[in-house]
Design a protein around this ligand. Structure first.
Ligand code: GLU
Length: 411
């Protein structure tokens, strides 16, 4: 199923329960603005290449729009629209004063030099500089981007608008970024796993974990779960997956991947399995932390883990979700499970606007309290409504966006 249709189905399930009027549904579904731009760039060898970039701004009723920038060869308008919509529900469910947006460029960053990436990023910023800003739309890293790209975007944006580090988050610490932003999504997964397992009466050291993805989100999640004594039996990245019944040596894998351009390829201290085998592994907790659409109607029947935490955005197709629910598998939905990143982005933005720097401990403590509060609300909603955690999270989010939209009036 196409990404936006999937997000829309999840929205409709919750909107039905809320008895949301059709006119309001339409308003909350259609993005406020969608921009597609041409990015002509001279490559290192002198060739001209033209790339396509997107920024979709979904909703701003609760505050400036917020969401990452994805560099991946499969990026298209439908996917960016879906991810922008997810950001609206994500910021609403954790109650950050933001709306939702997302952007991306259809490129494979691994095949480009740093100089080419810099030219592409700066040209893209030239095309969208007038629709982003600290009080309008604040981009951040996502798949394929990091603090490096954020520094280029800030620098390029400031050429037009003057000093304004709050235009973007996930910046290098030397450039008004915050310590703790890079680890935030992974740490958030750890915090939420602790809460969820507690409610399900499971102990970390009796929990075997299969983790798909070892990028920024997956590697930090692995680190926190390992430190909390979970037994991580499988880890995969785009080069393949690695299995060890007694538990993988996560510190060793982190070191290996760091020295190997962020890849696990060639890691020998484990058995090789496929990414499909990883998803269907005998374990207690499955964490998809990479691409969307990996849990489908085809493999949902075969998934053995009783708990799934969606560290990736949109990893589960709605028909698969229905199968998982019927089978009694608990799914912590993406809009809550990976909200640690945007939450610390919010802390970065607040610090930039106030020119005041928090310490790392404060960042971590406040992240814990924001996510714990959001988890408790979603857990309670699911119990009173007798629905899945996903529908509960959407219901809370939609209620908040609806209230803000109605209070503002239509002008
Ligand atoms: N790209 C991340 C996400 O999907 C972070 C967004 C942000 O920090 O604004 O939530």
């Amino acid at each position: 199923m196409k990404a936006h249709a999937a997000v829309r189905l999840y929205f409709d399930r919750a909107a039905d329960r809320l008895d949301l009027a059709p006119a309001l549904r339409r308003l909350l579904i259609i993005p406020k603005r969608e921009v597609q731009v041409q990015i002509p760039v001279e490559m290192d060898d002198g060739r001209l290449e033209t790339f396509i970039g997107y920024r979709v701004q979904h909703d701003d009723s609760r505050g400036p729009m917020k969401g990452g920038l994805r560099y991946h060869h499969e990026v298209d308008l439908d996917e960016v629209r879906a991810l922008a919509t997810l950001m609206t529900w994500k910021t609403a469910v954790v109650d950050l004063p933001y709306g939702g947006a997302k952007g991306g460029i259809a490129i494979d960053p691994k095949k480009l030099s740093a100089k080419e990436l810099e030219r592409i990023t700066r040209k893209f910023t030239d095309q969208i500089h007038d629709i982003i800003g600290p009080h309008e739309d604040i981009p951040a890293p996502d798949m394929g981007t990091s603090s490096r790209e954020m520094a280029w975007i800030r620098n390029q944006w400031e050429k037009y608008h003057g000093f304004g580090p709050a235009v973007i988050t996930g910046k290098p610490v030397e450039h008004y970024g915050v310590e703790g932003r890079e680890e935030a999504t992974g740490r958030g997964v750890g915090i939420l796993a602790y809460k969820l397992l507690g409610h399900l009466n499971r102990k970390p050291n009796q929990t075997r974990v299969a983790l798909q993805g070892f990028g920024n989100v997956g590697s930090h999640a692995a680190k926190f779960l390992h430190e909390s004594e979970y037994k991580i039996v499988a880890v995969g990245d785009h080069t393949g997956a690695y299995f060890r019944r007694e538990g993988l040596d996560i510190p060793k894998m982190l070191k290996y991947s760091l020295a190997n351009k962020g890849m696990l390829q060639g890691y020998t201290d484990a058995d090789r399995i496929t990414n499909d085998q990883l998803l269907e592994l005998e374990c207690e907790l499955l964490i998809p932390a990479a691409l969307g659409g990996v849990i489908t109607a085809k493999n949902a029947e075969r998934i053995k883990a009783p708990i799934i935490i969606e560290a990736a955005n949109a990893p589960t197709d709605p028909d698969a979700d229905a199968i998982l629910e019927e089978r009694g598998i608990k799914v912590l939905p993406d809009i809550l499970a990976n909200a640690g990143g945007v939450t610390v982005s919010y802390f970065e933005w607040v610090q930039n606007l106030q020119f005041y720097k928090w310490g790392l401990n404060r960042v971590r403590q406040e992240l814990d309290s924001v996510l714990s509060r959001a988890f408790d609300a979603v857990w309670q909603e699911a119990n009173t409504q007798r629905c899945s955690l996903r529908t509960a999270a959407y219901m809370i989010a939609i209620r908040r966006v609806k209230a803000a939209t109605e209070l503002a009036g239509l002008g």
